[in-house]
Structures are given as C-alpha cells and as structure tokens.
Design a protein around this ligand. Structure first.
Ligand code: PPE
Length: 317
C-alpha cells in the first residue's frame, strides 16, 4: 500500500490493528454513499513532549456530526478522547495528524443504512505543511472556484460528513488543475464561504472579518482559536457576510484549519492582496498561535492535552 508516513497501529473499535491489516470489505456502506463522519486533529511537539491540540472540541464536533446523520456512536466523548491519546502514544509520534473516522460498515446496501454496523477508527500519521512547505511564510495563490458550497437545506455544512467532501474535492481539483495552490468557494447566495478544507479570514482596515456560520461554513476549531487570539490582541473581530470583491479589496487574507494551520493568501484570481506577502496582522496571529502549540508561550487557554503513556482526558475520571 502506497501511503507515505504510515504509522504502526490503527485503533479500531477499541483494539489496535497493524496499519496494513486495517481493511474494510468492498460492500462497506460508507464507500458507496459517503456515510461517514471524520475529524482532523494535530498533535504538536512541545518541550514537555507531544500534546494534542484542542482535543475536546474536536471530539465534541465529531459527536455532533454523528448526531446529524443519525449515527449512534458506541463510545462516549471521554472514551474517544482517551483512545486518541492512546493511539498517539502507542505510535510513538512527537507530532502527527490524527484522523478519527466513524463510518457505516458492511451489512446491507441501499439508502437505509440502519442495519450497517458503526465502525470507529483512529488513524495517525505525520503530515507536514498542508499547502506546501513555504505556504506559512510566503502565502499561497488562490482562485475563486465556480463550484459553490452547499445550500443550507441540502447538506449540513456544520457537520463534518464524509460525503460532503466530494464538493470539497471538486473545489480543490478546480484549483490544482488551474495551477493554484487552493480555491475559495462562494456560498449558495454568492457570498464568500470557505476553502475546501479551510476557513477564511480577511483583514480590512484593521478589523478581522470571517464569514458567519450561517454562510455554510464548517465551525472550524482553528477559526475559533484565531477569533480568540485576535480579540485578545485587541482587534475587532466580526463574523460578517463578505462580498466576493472584498477578497480583492482586503488588506490581508488567510486560511485557517487544522491541516492548513494559518496560511496567508497572497493573491486571488491573479489579483495581489496587500503587498503580495504575509501581512502584519496575519504574522502576529501566527506568532501567537505557533507560540502556544510549540510550547514557547504559556498555554493560557488550556488548548493542549499532553500525551503520556498514562495520560487521561480532563473530566474522564
Ligand atoms: N472548513 C472545512 C470544509 C474543513 O474541512 C476544515 C478542516 C476547516 C474548515 C477548518 O476546520 P478546523 O480544522 O476545525 O480548523 N479540514 C480538515 C481536513 C483537511 C483534509 O484535507 O483532509 C483539516 O484541516 O484537518
């Protein structure tokens, strides 16, 4: 199997399975219909060892996404959190990306999935810079995709459901096939929405703006961090509908996401943003963010959960 950076073990329904043996049958429901929920979490290397970033809100979002598609999760929030810490520890990572996945397995096909077993897995691997090694400092060139995000009553954008990522793939491929690092999608009403796997922020006249949750965006956990950090740095932060032209007029633009972290955008549709480099507000937010996750500044918000052989999730005792 050609998967770069694979780790030794995958947690599967409570047991550790060797990576190469963690296979599903071809009739698995999720494979046919996208009936799955997933998360993306990072563990970072800190001076005190690896620590999982914002474990609780990620697990909580997974539980809520399952609720939306009527999957009964057979584990509690605390059990999933503990399993994530155990998997990172067992695989011996200093830092890694963590992919918990809940999916409907193999029993029946057809659109009533209720007889299919609910499978829960946790996969970890080392994943570098999502938008390329230079993205964090240099910024990326992006385009506005002709594919839009889902309308509110079509698919639940606030839930992280596997099948919805076909829309994300169309947006991502649009960018890559046109020579861009990434694309921005508009929502059903033509307002700025998000990237295929990232939220979006604009800095306009010193204010930090981001589309609201009612613009079909995922309630990103990095988005939440950036809003908190920006407010604490004294910026006015507003959730606001953004017209497409605001992208070209903004002083700074950046993506946020677990995989993308905080990635500056230096051009949209070949129009330069600001001075075509990472802007000062973006740099300040990156410094605040990376300072915490690299353990250089105190974790005053309690965002890091240390991974130790016997580590436990707060509140799980
Ligand atoms: N919007 C979408 C559609 C999205 O998938 C993500 C995460 C975000 C916003 C940012 O959310 P958060 O990670 O909580 O800050 N995308 C995940 C999957 C990326 C992938 O290619 O796979 C991620 O960043 O882990």
């Amino acid at each position: 199997m050609a998967f770069a950076n694979k780790s030794d073990w995958i947690w599967w329904n409570g047991a550790f399975v060797p990576w190469d043996e963690a296979n599903v049958h071809i009739t698995a429901h999720a494979l046919h219909y996208g009936s799955s929920v997933f998360e993306g979490i990072r563990a970072y290397a800190t001076p005190d060892g690896p620590a999982v970033f914002r474990l609780e809100p990620h697990v909580q979002r997974m539980v809520r996404s399952c609720r939306v598609i009527r999957i009964d999760l057979p584990y509690s929030t605390a059990e999933i959190g503990q399993a994530i810490l155990d998997t990172v520890a067992r695989n011996g990572h200093d830092s890694c990306y963590i992919r918990p996945l809940v999916f409907r397995g193999s029993e029946v096909l057809g659109l009533d999935p209720r007889k299919c077993p609910v499978e829960v897995v946790i996969i970890t691997w080392e994943w570098g810079r999502y938008l390329g090694p230079e993205a964090i400092e240099q910024g990326v060139d992006v385009m506005v995709s002709s594919w839009r995000r889902m309308a509110p009553d079509t698919l639940p954008a606030m839930a992280k459901i596997g099948g919805q990522y076909v829309n994300s793939q169309l947006i991502s491929l649009d960018a890559k096939l046109n020579g861009f690092a990434e694309a921005i999608a508009l929502d059903n009403n033509g307002y700025v929405c998000e990237g295929p796997g990232e939220n979006l922020f604009a800095v306009v006249e010193g204010k930090v703006l981001t589309p609201p949750l009612w613009a079909s965006v995922l309630p990103g956990i990095t988005r939440d961090c950036v809003m908190t950090l920006a407010r604490d740095l004294g910026y006015e932060v507003r959730e606001e509908m953004l017209a497409r032209e605001m992208l070209y007029m903004a002083d700074e633009l950046f993506f946020t996401g677990t995989a993308a972290e905080i990635s500056p955008i230096r051009s949209v549709d070949h129009i330069q943003i600001g001075n075509g480099k990472r802007g000062p507000v973006t740099a300040q937010l990156q410094e605040a963010f990376f300072g915490i996750i690299e353990g250089r500044t105190p974790d005053k918000y309690g965002w890091l959960t240390p991974v130790r052989a016997n580590s436990s999730v707060p509140g799980s005792d």
